[in-house]
Design a protein around this ligand. Structure first.
Ligand code: AMP
Ligand code: MG
Length: 399
């Protein structure tokens, strides 16, 4: 038998048993959202040539205020044959390589053109509107460091240097196993004592919001045989999430099935509401989460525990930044367990106004359907008045 543990101890134990995945090589386009495992170094100067930043005229500085002859043009992707000498200008487009002799590019808007002659402004700064070769990134410079996230901008930077294969910390493989004789698929019409399986799609969506697509999503009825068969299919996954059959009921066979599967239980109950009977086990490097079937308990189990371990696996910060707001309505804290309360945070007059969404217990997802935030309230907090400052986490997929 396991004793109940504190929610912070539970999280610590999970992170202690979590592994950071070894890096893999992958094509960059599949890696957005992942973290780099190596530095990216530029092998060329960037830009690769002196580049014009404006549509205008490449000129010599001593020609400020003069009227000069336009002796040619150079467009983006083109190359000018002529060089700029005193008394001449070359028309140039944004992104084009500057011709030899160009000391500045004067924007089109700052000149007066008549036929093939152009009168330049009185003041021309040296190097004006020219990005010199290597000025943005010199050959050999570090573009990104190991651990940096591959955002769309990072991807654009990496492909600029012709790199399409990178070393990254990969996403985990994941199996989701729902359990329960009473459950039918969402497209089915439930019988008199049946309900639709909503935890399965919710867990898939939560994983996807971390960029993780489950390798296996399956359902087991409440028999050892079906659980065994489902676990057998999940045996090579980095993460296994089960939902339901994890408490002390007669048909709650997940803890026994996991022991038989060769898993080592780490804890079974956490002093929290919702989600008290959460079961956590490991099997070699595999992390196994038995989440209660009640939808809010299941949601909290992923939000607080599974997501942190998954982020760590991918070498990301386990806890994303939350925010602070003030309570829009009073909140009455009851009971001896830490409460994780769904809430809606709305921006009002430049600050987050937070409304707890009180449902009718951990089976009630309807009140939570518009939630975007999670509050944490400790036992003994009493009644929190309107305006009380309160910290919150953003829900997965809500921002
Ligand atoms: P359990 O943890 O198996 O005792 O289930 C607790 C409650 O959650 C029961 O009312 C179940 O019907 C419900 N439940 C279990 N699994 C799911 C699921 N996948 N989707 C929706 N409700 C569920
Ligand atoms: Mg059940």
């Amino acid at each position: 038998m396991f004793s109940m543990i504190d929610p912070d101890v539970a999280l610590q134990l999970i992170l202690q048993h979590s592994v950071i995945s070894p890096p893999i090589h992958s094509v960059i386009y599949d890696c957005v959202g992942l973290c780099l495992a190596t530095t990216v170094v530029s092998d060329v100067d960037y830009p690769p040539f002196d580049r014009s930043m404006m549509d205008g005229y490449a000129v010599r500085l001593l020609d400020a205020r003069n009227t000069v002859n336009i002796i040619g043009e150079v467009a983006a992707g083109g190359s000018g044959e002529n060089s700029v000498d005193a008394g001449t200008a070359i028309e140039i487009m944004t992104g084009a390589p500057c011709p030899e002799g160009a000391e500045a590019v004067v924007p089109k808007e700052d000149v007066t053109r008549e036929g093939n002659r152009v009168t330049l402004p009185a003041e021309i700064r040296p190097g004006q509107n020219i990005t010199r070769r290597g000025a943005e990134c010199a050959k050999g410079a570090t573009v990104l460091n190991a651990g940096d996230a591959i955002t769309p901008l990072a991807l654009a930077t990496i492909v600029t240097f012709g790199i399409e294969q990178v070393s990254v910390f990969p996403k985990p493989t994941l199996a989701i196993i729902t359990t329960g004789d009473e459950l039918v698929a969402p497209h089915e019409t439930p019988g008199p004592s049946q309900i639709r399986n909503s935890n399965g799609p919710m867990l898939v969506a939560m994983a996807q919001s971390l960029g993780v697509s489950p390798t296996l999503v399956t359902h087991a009825r409440d028999t050892m045989d079906e659980l065994r068969a489902a676990l057998a299919q999940a045996r090579t996954c980095d993460f296994i999430i089960l939902t339901g059959a994890v408490s002390a009921g007669k048909y709650d066979s997940v803890p026994d099935a996991l022991r038989e599967f060769g898993a080592t239980p780490i804890f079974h109950k956490v002093t929290q509401r919702p989600g008290k009977p959460i079961f956590f086990a490991t099997r070699d490097r595999q992390l196994i989460f038995g989440l209660p079937g009640n939808p809010l308990s299941c949601h909290l189990g992923f939000h607080r525990y599974v997501a942190s371990a998954m982020r760590k696996f991918m070498h990301r910060e386990p806890f994303p930044a939350g925010a602070t707001g003030t309570l829009a309505v009073p909140y009455v804290m009851k009971g001896p367990r830490t409460v994780f309360q769904l809430a809606r945070a709305e921006m009002r007059d430049g600050a987050w106004s937070v409304t707890p969404l009180l449902g009718k217990g951990s089976a009630d997802i309807y009140a939570g359907a518009i939630a975007n935030a999670m509050l944490r309230i400790e036992p003994g907090s009493g009644t929190l008045a309107v305006g009380t400052p309160i910290q919150f986490d953003w829900l997965l997929g809500a921002i």
